[in-house]
Design a protein. Structure first.
Length: 499
């Protein structure tokens, strides 16, 4: 059986803890790989390697860093199919979706290639007699990333390219459910010329995570995952004096007004709710239909959902793959099973779905629940699967109030032809990312990604300008040089006079 080991100091390092976790092909249910689970001592070895590498990398020129990043971008582009194949094999998503994931990760690498512009400081000259003030940004040191299973290539690329471009060294702890893509990313970074120890990958479970949160030589933690874990990581890492950006879960709403193009809205709802089998924090999981359009919209969504082809990611005709584990599949199904008892109308029930020839895979079909109440489990919880809830509202104001009452505030969308309503919505809605006739408003790489309320813990969003600020810290330098034409006049103990 294949074993996925750690990557420390620019080379593969075999696991020493004796603990391994299973990696399953979700399409077949077969355990294909085992992944080494690091002990606290192995995490420390990776951190110490990164700390040593920082002594040189942190002092390297911007030109040296961007040279590596440009080469890395070219290698990622050349190997995007190979990375996508690893994602399909361990996560289960279809190949086209995996390719899209790699492409979105590449956007952040491209942003990092332009770090010379992003790290320019500020200078004020002659703030007083021969006194200049400069503001600069410097790297933190060793930083770490803890990433989820649903985007095993993209989310790591949201973190480490910017971190190392800013002069930090990085320790990545990817999900143990689909670890191979992260290892491929590290191998390509070495091939691009990244010095040994700048990027390290340590696989593991809670033991490895806790070791990173408490390690005195880790200056910052980046995390993407569920809200309970994000809250825990923020609390624990902050208590250990670390800078933290912890992105949590979501319950993203799509408000559909009566004047909307219902065909476009239905297309968007199906794509946003069921793409990636619903295993993404930006999935639309709740549609709020305003006025009398609810029945027609639900019917249009149903017609489209019934045509989605579910199958293994290796089949180019598949549009949706399996869920990551059998346990997760069963949990998602439980929300559909309990929906009717909590007042919902089950329009589509995808539980019990199987694919011929792959009967042991982690399959589930598309589920559509109508007239869902806000106190039901299917609405309150982040299901993280292909289940779409439809709620009804009489007015725009009622719909906005419903959305704003949610404890989550990751992303949201409005579908309308009314520019005034759209403008009101983007100002009144309590969420970090807003789409206007765009169902999944994930920002491009040079804008930052992040939510509000229980969807984000910490002050910084991820990537974009916020990401650069997170991985650097500011310093202000005030400088005064005597004019060479003037002789020394002795020591002046007074405060510098600016006026």
């Amino acid at each position: 059986m294949k074993t996925v080991n750690h990557w420390i100091g620019g080379k593969t390092v075999e696991g020493a803890s004796g603990n391994y976790g299973p990696v399953t092909d979700p399409a077949t249910g077969e355990v294909t790989t085992q992944v080494a689970l690091a002990s606290a001592e192995e995490v420390d070895a990776a951190v110490q390697t990164a700390k040593t590498a920082f002594e040189t990398w942190g002092q390297s020129s911007l030109a040296a860093r961007t040279k590596v990043l440009f080469a890395y971008r070219a290698l990622l582009d050349a190997h995007r199919d190979a990375i996508a194949e690893l994602i399909v094999a361990e996560h289960g998503k279809v190949h086209s979706d995996a390719l899209g994931e790699v492409a979105r990760g590449l956007e952040i690498v491209e942003l990092a290639c332009g770090i010379t512009t992003q790290l320019k400081g500020e200078l004020s000259t002659s703030v007083s007699s021969r006194v200049d003030v400069a503001a600069i940004r410097q790297p933190l040191g060793v930083v770490a990333g803890i990433t989820p299973f649903n985007f095993p290539a993209m989310v790591p690329m949201w973190m480490f390219p910017l971190a190392i471009a800013c002069g930090n060294t990085f320790v990545l702890k990817p999900s143990e459910k689909d670890p191979s893509a992260s290892l491929k990313l590290a191998e390509l970074a070495k091939e691009a010329g990244l010095p040994d120890g700048v990027l390290n990958v340590v696989h593991g479970d809670k033991v490895a995570v806790d070791a990173l949160l408490a390690h005195p030589d880790v200056a910052a933690i980046s995390f993407v995952g569920s809200t309970p874990i994000a809250r825990h990581i923020h609390q624990v890492a902050s208590a250990h004096g670390k800078r933290v950006q912890a992105l949590g879960g979501a319950k993203n709403h799509m408000l559909v007004l009566p004047d909307a193009d219902l065909d476009a809205a239905a297309d968007a709802a199906v794509s946003a709710a069921y793409g990636s089998a619903g295993e993404r924090c930006m999935a639309i999981s709740a549609v709020v239909a305003v006025g009398s359009i609810g029945d027609e919209l639900v019917q249009k969504i149903r017609e489209r959902a019934e045509k989605i082809k579910i199958g293994p990611g290796t089949d180019p005709t598949s549009e949706m793959g399996p869920l990551i584990t059998a346990a997760h599949r069963d949990k998602v199904a439980s929300y559909v099973h309990g929906a009717a008892a909590q007042g919902a109308e089950v329009v589509l029930d995808g539980t019990g779905y199987t694919v011929g020839g792959y009967e042991n895979g982690h399959w589930i079909g598309l589920s559509l629940l109508d007239k869902v109440s806000t106190d039901s489990d299917a609405y309150r919880d982040e299901i993280f699967g292909p289940v779409l809830c439809v709620l009804r509202a009489e007015t725009y104001e009622e719909g906005v109030a419903l959305i704003n009452a949610s404890p989550f505030g990751n992303g949201t969308a409005i579908f309308t032809r009314d520019g005034g309503a759209a403008r009101r919505f983007q100002l009144e809605i309590e969420a970090g990312m807003v789409g206007v006739n765009v169902p999944i408003p994930v920002p491009v790489g040079y804008h930052s990604f992040g939510g509000w309320k229980d969807s984000l813990f910490g002050d910084h969003h991820i990537y974009g300008n916020d990401g650069i600020h997170f991985y650097t810290r500011g310093k202000v330098v005030t400088t005064r040089w005597p004019d060479p034409s003037e002789a020394p006049v002795g020591v002046d103990l007074g405060f510098p006079r600016n006026h």
